[in-house]
Design a protein around this ligand. Structure first.
Ligand SMILES: Cc1ncc(COP(=O)(O)O)c(C=O)c1O
Length: 380
């Protein structure tokens, strides 16, 4: 959708791009400076597979602070984005015969990685529960083959932040049944008060032995294309992940490691806080506008930068004789007739929703949602 929107733009059409999965702004000057300095000081060599020691020490400190548990530098690693950390983890811990529970809707990559590892994704539906996990339903979906659960909070695509009670319930089940929990907190810096992000190891310290924490620099520091992510897990898992990685691509880009080290300096906290403040303002404006659009309903997101409205009220309506048969087709029609690019919920395992990113300028959000409203009113 992003590519098609770009093509339309190149033909001179003004497309509002609600499809992006990243912030549309530059990174902090100190991060750029660190990358430049790494070039100028000849940082050209291979590094340890999971990163230079200083960075791993700093990551261990950060994860220890966040979880309240003591992580050493051998229990963390730097990766080419969270995506690589996730891929390597899934490959290290799951295999044929294993079932992995994934709450649905889900980030599109989760089930594909599980399948690539030969395991079977088992989806736990959450839409009927405003996208929160119902722990009793989770317990009922566990079978003798269940080996793990893949959690993401704040959540893409719904913007939901899991509450502490839910995570504690999941942790109890994981401990009781020896499940591995992959805990993706890529958007943990983008949570809007009064909501609070909860880390599962912080809530239940015994989970440290069963949890793989996944983090990302992409959204927090606006360096999605630089590919910077991290992993924290028991040492045996980190070792397996490093072995796998060493035969795939060796270390991540050396220069990016130095940039990541600079990103973790407290001086960047203000940069992150300002992004959060702006995104929160976008969220409020977008939500207010979307709530006024007939036939749509939207659970208020508390984190990340997405709205995930239920558009099932538009299905089977028509425009210019063309029937909206499903959410994929709705996304196509929105691009063609309203010139707004959204992502169809089908990509995330939902046939009732579309995803709208509000990490774009306020004027664009207002213009795009106005076009959406006009299009909805034209549907017969
Ligand atoms: C939930 C989730 N996990 C992981 C990622 C991957 O992030 P990265 O850019 O660090 O690979 C994304 C990116 O959109 C995401 O939404």
């Amino acid at each position: 959708m992003r590519n098609r929107a770009r093509k339309l733009c190149s033909e001179g059409v003004h497309v509002v791009n609600f499809a992006a999965g990243e912030l549309d702004q530059d990174t902090s000057p100190s991060i750029k400076e660190a990358a430049r300095e790494a070039i100028d000081t000849g940082r050209t060599q291979y590094t340890d597979t999971l990163g230079i020691r200083e960075l791993r020490e700093r990551l261990a400190q950060k994860v220890s602070q966040k979880t309240g548990a003591a992580y050493t530098d051998d229990e963390v690693g730097f990766t080419a984005g969270a995506k690589q950390a996730l891929f390597n983890s899934v490959f290290a811990v799951f295999g044929h015969e294993d079932e992995v529970i994934i709450p649905a809707p889900y980030w599109v990559t989760f089930p594909e990685q599980v399948r690539l590892a030969g395991a079977t994704p088992v989806f736990l539906q959450t839409a009927h529960n405003d996208f929160q996990i119902d722990v009793d339903e989770l317990a009922r979906s566990i079978t003798p083959r269940t080996r793990g659960i893949l959690l993401n909070t704040p959540h893409n695509p719904t913007g939901i932040v899991y509450n502490a009670g839910v995570l504690e319930g999941i942790a109890r089940l994981a401990l009781q049944l020896n499940l591995i929990c992959i805990f993706d907190e890529c958007y943990d810096a983008l949570v809007y008060a009064p909501a609070v992000h909860h880390n599962i190891v912080k809530l239940v310290p015994e989970m440290k032995a069963r949890t793989i924490l996944i983090g990302s620099f992409s959204k927090t520091y606006c360096i999605a294309g630089w590919r910077a992510g991290h992993i924290a897990a028991p040492q045996a898992i980190i070792k397996a992940v490093a072995n796998l990685q060493s035969h795939i691509a060796s270390n991540t880009c050396n220069l990016v490691q130095y940039a990541a080290l600079a990103a973790l300096e407290p001086a960047n906290d203000a940069f992150v806080a300002e992004n959060r403040r702006q995104l929160n303002a976008h969220r409020a404006a977008a939500l207010q506008q979307i709530e006024k659009i007939p036939h749509l309903s939207c659970v208020a997101p508390a984190g990340a930068f997405y709205l995930f409205p239920d558009v099932s009220g538009l299905l089977n309506k028509s425009f210019k004789g063309q029937r909206v048969e499903n959410v994929d087709q709705l996304a196509e029609m929105l691009l063609e007739y309203a010139h707004i690019a959204v992502v169809s919920g089908a990509a995330f395992g939902s046939d009732r929703h579309i995803r709208i990113s509000y990490a774009i300028p306020n004027e664009e959000i207002a213009a795009g949602l106005t076009r959406l409203e006009q299009f909805v009113k034209l549907l017969a």
